[in-house]
Design a protein around this ligand. Structure first.
Ligand SMILES: [Mn+2]
Length: 196
């Protein structure tokens, strides 16, 4: 918030989220009052408003500066999901395609770690990764952080066009009360960027 102000942005575009450990698994955690523990990750979802326009960025990093094995494995899955989604964000692309590509990466990653078990195609059909990725891939961004604008017109999904601005924000949230193996619990990761 200091840097926002010092760079001419009068205020954040929305309530900043700072969640460490299991708090990162609470999607709109805004209490922001817990002690950051050695060994946990901390998730910061924050964006400034500059000249009337909102930003919406999320980064997740280790409190002590070093990922452990489980945190690194999950982080790299989310990062890869974001990178494959980026490929679809261009004129003529579709959000649903980007989301499918991201979900394929998340599903395969969770399978590889043993957090999901079963057949890949069945898990995709069931959207099984949604147990650990319980929000959309992104949203329009502009004068508001969740900006106005239709995602479908006459029930047909809109193609991306030049000038559109949106967020791409895959995540994985392995809460303490999930069915995942114990060593993955208490890890919540989101990586969010803003694309024109
Ligand atoms: Mn967002």
């Amino acid at each position: 918030h200091h840097h926002y102000a010092m760079n001419g942005a009068p205020h954040p575009a929305y309530g900043t989220i700072v969640g460490s450990g299991d708090n990162a698994n609470i999607l709109h955690y805004t209490q922001n009052s817990d002690v950051l523990k050695n060994g946990d990750l901390v998730l910061i979802d924050s964006g400034c408003e500059l000249q009337g326009y909102a930003a919406d960025i999320t980064r997740t990093f280790p409190v002590n500066g070093k990922f452990n094995e489980q945190q690194a494995a999950l982080y790299n899955i989310v990062l890869k999901a974001q990178e494959v989604a980026f490929e679809e964000i261009k004129p003529g692309g579709f959000m649903s395609h980007a989301n499918k590509l991201a979900m394929e990466v998340l599903t395969q990653g969770l399978l590889d770690l043993g957090i999901l078990t079963g057949d890949f195609d069945e898990l995709m059909a069931q959207q099984a990764c949604k147990d650990y990725y319980m929000h959309g891939l992104g949203h329009w961004l502009g004068l508001d952080v969740h900006d106005v604008g239709d995602y479908k017109i006459n029930n047909v999904e809109r193609e991306f066009e030049p000038g559109m601005v949106l967020t791409i924000e895959p995540g994985l949230y392995i809460s303490e009360d999930s069915n995942a193996p114990q060593k993955y619990k208490g890890i919540g990761i989101r990586i969010e960027d803003n694309l024109l």
